[in-house]
Write a protein that binds this ligand. Structure first.
Ligand SMILES: [Zn+2]
Length: 264
């Protein structure tokens, strides 16, 4: 969520009101779109972009009543570039904007998901209708009520988009480190104070990350710099809170990082 939130803040104003002069879909990578190149081109060409917004881990571009819905997953990136700039090999599609700039979608690992939904049709996007409240906005009371339905490991609960929307693999590690809770700990072991701590950490980690990303002096839309993270991806390093060596587990190609010294 934090990366997408900064993208929305920065790119939204650049895109709003701009007409899409042409759409180009890569013949090599276009297969990964959940929309045909013809439908994408037909829906967007010659129309202005009305705005950009975010819901959970989806970024949405509105145009002429249609919604272009992008879930970048691990490797998807949006690039805003002058039309003449070299097109990167990983570019999946580019929207050529009137006035000479491009919005490009790149994906080095081809896991990203791009959908086109008609007006009122966002529920056709897989997972959309099940999205819970935004993780960063939910009240402590609502968080406490909703989490009762989820009995599994804390990391899985946080990443469950139907519980709260917007938390992925990396941020679940950061939140649990902040809360001092082990990722595989069962939700059922948390008392009321523990649930409160988890909600507070959820909010502070996500808002802190948005601020950290927005403050990066070298920020560009398509580069991701997560050097502000305290535990995720730092296996083997010293924990910034207690100095203990950070542990790392890999399951289903996802890294989980945590500290046995200060997470219980
Ligand atoms: Zn620690």
């Amino acid at each position: 969520m934090p990366e997408l939130e900064v993208l929305r803040e920065r790119l939204g104003p650049l895109l709003s009101g701009r007409e899409v002069a042409a759409v180009e879909v890569s013949p090599r990578h276009g297969f990964m779109l959940r929309v045909t190149p013809d439908d994408l081109t037909g829906a967007l060409t010659g129309r202005p972009i009305d705005g950009m917004w975010r819901r959970g881990k989806f970024l949405v571009l509105d145009s002429g009543g249609n919604h272009l819905v992008i879930n970048p997953m691990l490797g998807g990136r949006l690039q805003y570039a002058p039309a003449g700039e070299r097109v990167a090999a990983a570019t999946v599609f580019r929207l050529q904007l009137e006035g000479g700039d491009d919005l490009r979608f790149l994906d080095t690992v081809r896991m990203g998901r791009v959908y086109l939904a008609a007006a009122g049709g966002l529920d056709s996007v897989p997972g959309w209708s099940e999205l819970g409240p935004e993780a960063v906005d939910i009240s402590a009371a609502d968080f406490a009520t909703r989490i009762r339905r989820h009995r599994g490991e804390l990391k899985s609960v946080l990443r469950n988009q139907s519980f709260v929307a917007g938390i992925g693999n990396a941020y679940s590690d950061e939140i649990l480190h902040d809360a001092g809770m082990l990722p595989l700990r069962k939700r059922t072991t948390l008392d009321a104070a523990g649930v409160e701590t988890l909600q507070a950490s959820t909010r502070s980690v996500l808002t802190g990350a948005v601020a950290a990303i927005a403050a990066q002096p070298g920020w560009v839309a398509h580069k991701q710099d997560r050097s502000f993270m305290r535990v995720h991806g730092r296996g083997g390093e010293a924990c910034p809170r207690c100095g203990h060596r950070i542990s790392e587990l890999t399951a289903q190609q996802r890294v989980t990082s945590f500290c046995r010294g200060c997470q219980t």
